[in-house]
Design a protein around this ligand. Sequence first.
Ligand code: ATR
Length: 274
Amino acid sequence: MDRYAVIGNPVAHSKSPLIHAAFAAQTGQAMQYETVLAPLDGFVAAVEAFRSTGGRGLNVTVPFKLEAHALATRRSPRAEAAGAVNTLAFDGDTLFGDNTDGAGLVRDLEHNLDCPLAGRRVLLLGAGGASRGAVVPLLGAGPRSLFIANRSADKADALVEHFRACAGACLLEGGGFPALAGRAFDVIINATSASLGNAVPDLPAGLYADGALAYDMMYGQGDTPFMRVARERGASRLADGLGMLVEQAAESFFVWRGIRPDTGPVLQSLRQRS
Ligand code: ATR
């Protein structure tokens, strides 16, 4: 049976085995999906051990996405743009590296949440790895504008310069949180790691336009701190990142198996569990 796994540290909490088992059952694919806990200084050895014992592919999670990018011998354009790899596929001597996170985000927004991005004003909070991976897929959805805001303004500015050539007709801007004062957005996406410390980005008031969606890439039980604050600040719609998790998994499944699973029932059953 073809073997796959999610590799990370920590990894025991991962929902990926559940998600991929559901996809495999739904599509009739004979495959097994495990977790691999790699030592913090032992990512490459753990990948090689998995591959040499017949592993076909890996999902890569915190903190190894940059190492996976470096390890890949061939990379997709979206992995190059993200500078990080969350999906490895093994084919002979080739280690193919892809990044499905941004595509998962856009698919969740547009398909699951019925929030088309074309013509919209989008605010992306954060300028770390999660944010960087989202920029090109977001631009591909044709928003009117994309503002990348970060606590340290220089990192947001650097990201904007890095992706300037990909912006096309989209107005691409960046800056610190105070630069957002007086602006309004239709979609505000939290790609900061603030929630890990139970914090929320310190944003000016009045950012949510009528009907705006607040989207947190994080998820947990119930609303995240970002979602709670967004509701108080006037966001009309709220979403956490569980749908993104399922959609990026579906995209990885497609990379490996060439089949696109139906994510709806899987997302629904995960929601019922949490
Ligand atoms: P990830 O890979 O999850 O994106 P990262 O690369 O370490 O993690 O980036 C973390 C991001 O969260 C950064 O944009 C960081 O802002 P700074 O660059 O100013 O550090 C942001 N972040 C973390 N904690 C935050 C907080 N409490 N408020 C606002 N932004 C925060």
